[in-house]
Design a protein around this ligand. Sequence first.
Ligand code: FES
Ligand SMILES: [Fe+2]
Length: 381
Amino acid sequence: MTQPSPAMVRAAQAAGARMADRNTSFIFNEWYVGAFADEVGRSLLRRTLLGRDVIFYRTQEGRAVALDNRCIHRSFPLSEGLLDGDTVVCGYHGFRYAPDGELIQVPSQERCPKGLGVRNYPVIERGPLLWIWLGDEAADPALLPPHDWLVDPDWVCSKGYFHLQGNYVSLHENLLDLTHLSYLHAKSFGTPDYAAAKFDAEIGEGRFALLRDVVPTTLPPVWAKPTGMEGYPQAARIVRSEFLAPSLHTVAVRFYDNALPEAGRPEFRIRTAHIPTPETHGTTHYFIVHGRDFAQDQDWVTQHMHDGLFTAFQEDVDGMQHLERMLEKTDEDFYEISVASDRASIEMRRYLKSRADAEAQARVPAEEKPVAPPVSLAGVA
Ligand code: FES
Ligand SMILES: [Fe+2]
């Protein structure tokens, strides 16, 4: 059996050390989806996001609120308390908090101390998604990753959620190399020709895409039926799979009949927003919204695609769980070998690592940062 040389192993390990993995610290200064908008209502929804314990609810007017879940008195989870009007009452000794997180009542005394409270997190509700900002930097709505099609009525969508037993870096990597369609999804929406189809990578500033043209091909049932190309060997499947932010990856696919002349041939477009929000280093909230811009009034198409897709995504979820169990056990001999189709994901993982490292460095108090050596004046005239 061929073993790689020690030099090759060291090179692979050095390359791996520059990439984010399950142990890399989280990137907080980003918008993440904390919940689907319709999950948040007039009760307290508890959710762990990037290791932080958060509660969501709506005020009586319907405004979404996100607060830190830990009571400042004795750390009781506020999620175990109650929502009273627009305020949250701790279930232990009754401290009461306003929607901005401010402490407004201490039942055991008349005067409530001023200037205390739990952290309130900025949120933005847009279409089916409720975004939350957990970072220390100012929350800028302009930093929301692009997802206009999710609020465009031309796109008919369905949605779903998985509690993924895997880390979010592996999920992003899964999405950036769809070679796995021919194997992990061999029984669902993969086809044998997918893995070997021509591909190209686009490396941008914090954006990474893998483009794959599978032409000609036969579409799997999930796409063949709604496009009327069942069993037809001249279909085209043109895929753009793009990392847009640590919190969003969008797969956009066009289907058409490759035998028809380009001018005027009908095209069928589908998109899937894959929305990972780390829960812990080994678990991820995996929100998914899938849409199409054709046959908008055909409910059976929505149901057919939803069922087919979520069967396939369950294969990813199962696969990521297998992967996580292996990655948990890595030791100092661990290395992985990358190939050409990994280019976009390698660049993406380097980007995540550099962002995470920069944030972690910024969080270190100034007195703990290494002091730069004094500038030598030797030799200066
Ligand atoms: S722990 Fe919340 S009021 Fe005491
Ligand atoms: Fe997949």
